[in-house]
Design a protein around this ligand. Structure first.
Ligand SMILES: Nc1ncnc2c1ncn2[C@@H]1O[C@H](COP(=O)(O)OP(=O)(O)OP(=O)(O)O)[C@@H](O)[C@H]1O
Ligand SMILES: [Mg+2]
Length: 450
């Protein structure tokens, strides 16, 4: 089983000894802190902390109040303005009601008394995680499993959630749908590639569930080469408890090379009829609890199952090619989505299998955007490497290469998905960051060699 993502912690404090102790405790498998928190970086100054936190976007920041260049409280204020949704703790040698009140006013979550004791820090973080878990569960209950019109990540504070029963925090939750009224335009290719890109260690590194909702002719399992012994048809009968991560994972296929969790379409098209709206709701409910992103590959028909996915989506990509026949069908699909009450803000047009020359089809695209009212967010070129990667069952790895197809796809994902910061920068892998953060700190003389 893959390791679940942990809370990421950044420490801004100039007490070298305490910081080192905390870092050691987080990486000691025997410590309870190690199963909750991963330190992604540390700094001894306020300015550098702000810079690094904006870059690294950790879930939690622990700040010393008396930094050499700034007060921790001022650092907290600037951080929370730049990165709302971050959980900030302040640690001070002497705490007072006044400091506590000022800290709460700027949005600090808790004031801790110095010296920092890793066990106590762990307990406080665990408590906050538990509060977030409860808040998240309440939110899910209140909303049912229907997504609001905006992305659930759009609101600060909704950024954090906890997979029930696990002291872990999902980054942000995206439900992304790839659809088109036409066959063969690249829905599966882009759904698989996008899911793999989102799960990529140096991209946002999310836990991603890829669901094949082309119920009769779905080919995600064969594109990936994962066994078809599990399928979404099983979910219809199985009543998988959404909270139980093990039960959920047991009904998914795992694609090891990419790290994707996959829910294939039924192997036998006859079983497609078992999958209905309730099945998809169950899948999304479980997916929301245990995964950062769910990616749906739809067929061309608007089955009940597809309608639920569209309804619950935070982002819908309508794929089009540049021929007029497809574009006319896209206009019709756009009208249907509006009639369904789908929030237009989450719908984007994406050109697939585009000719390299950018002027080709440019006028037609402008007309399409005007007719549908949806923006065109990118052109994914027809690329030789795609076919080669599909035939070798290496499509998810193709996004790790350079070249026009992976580059243009990543640009689209970065510009459209809220999982990336406003500046389009993704969170990076905690392991990589820990190395970088510590290296940086040592270079700046903040920490001695260990
Ligand atoms: N950008 C691309 N460059 C080159 N080939 C591509 C590209 N996108 C898709 N293809 C190829 O086009 C064919 C159809 O792609 P894909 O199966 O992804 O389309 P689809 O919309 O899912 O089709 P269906 O409606 O049958 O499910 C495949 O052979 C795929 O390899
Ligand atoms: Mg397909």
């Amino acid at each position: 089983m893959r390791h679940l993502s942990l809370l990421t912690l950044f420490v801004g404090d100039d007490n070298q000894l305490e910081v080192e102790q905390l870092i050691r405790s987080c990486s000691n498998p025997a410590s309870s802190l190690a199963s909750t928190v991963r330190v992604v970086g540390a700094s001894a100054t306020g300015e550098d902390t702000i810079r690094q936190v904006e870059d690294l976007r950790p879930d939690v920041v622990l700040l010393g109040q008396s930094l050499p260049d700034m007060l921790g409280l001022d650092v907290a204020q600037r951080l929370l303005r730049a990165c709302p949704g971050t959980v900030v703790f302040l640690a001070a040698e002497s705490t007072s009601i006044d400091l506590y009140q000022r800290a709460m006013n700027v949005g600090v979550r808790e004031v801790l008394q110095k010296p920092l004791d890793p066990v106590r820090v762990g307990a406080v973080i665990a408590r906050v995680v538990e509060e977030e878990r409860r808040r998240r569960a309440e939110w899910l209950d209140r909303e049912g499993v229907r997504a609001p019109g905006r992305s659930v990540a759009a609101e600060p504070g909704e950024q954090q959630s906890v997979r029930a029963g696990h002291p872990v925090v999902a980054l942000r939750q995206e439900v992304v749908v790839f659809c088109s009224p036409k066959g063969g335009v690249g829905k599966t290719t882009l759904a698989v590639s996008s899911a793999a890109a989102l799960a990529q260690p140096r991209f946002p590194n999310l836990r991603v569930l890829l669901v094949d909702l082309d119920l009769q002719f779905g080919d995600v399992a064969s594109v990936l080469g994962v066994p078809g012994n599990v399928s979404i048809a099983d979910w219809a009968a199985a009543r998988v408890p959404p909270d139980d991560l093990q039960a959920v994972e047991a009904r998914l296929a795992y694609h090891k090379p990419s790290g994707l969790w996959v829910l294939p379409a039924p192997e036998n098209p006859v079983d497609a009829s078992q999958v209905d709206a309730a099945t998809v709701k169950t899948v999304v409910e479980a997916g929301r609890r245990h995964f950062d992103a769910i990616v749906f590959d739809l067929g061309t028909d608007l089955s009940d199952a597809a309608v639920v996915a569209l309804d619950m989506a935070t982002r819908i990509f309508i794929l089009t090619t540049l021929d007029l026949v497809t574009m006319r069908e896209v206009v019709k699909l756009g009208d249907i989505l509006r009639q369904m009450g789908v929030d237009p803000g989450k719908v984007k047009l994406l050109v697939s299998r585009a000719p390299r020359r950018p002027d080709l089809g440019a006028d037609e695209l402008k007309t399409l955007a005007t007719r549908t009212g949806y923006p065109v967010v990118g052109r994914i070129p027809e690329a030789d490497g795609v076919l080669r990667a599909v035939n070798r069952q290496e499509l998810p790895l193709f996004v790790r290469t350079e070249g026009p197809f992976p580059q243009s796809l990543k640009r689209v994902l970065q510009s459209v998905l809220p999982v990336f910061g406003a500046d389009g920068r993704a969170r990076r892998s905690p392991g990589e960051l820990l190395g970088r953060g510590l290296l940086k700190l040592r270079k700046e003389g903040g920490l001695g060699r260990r």
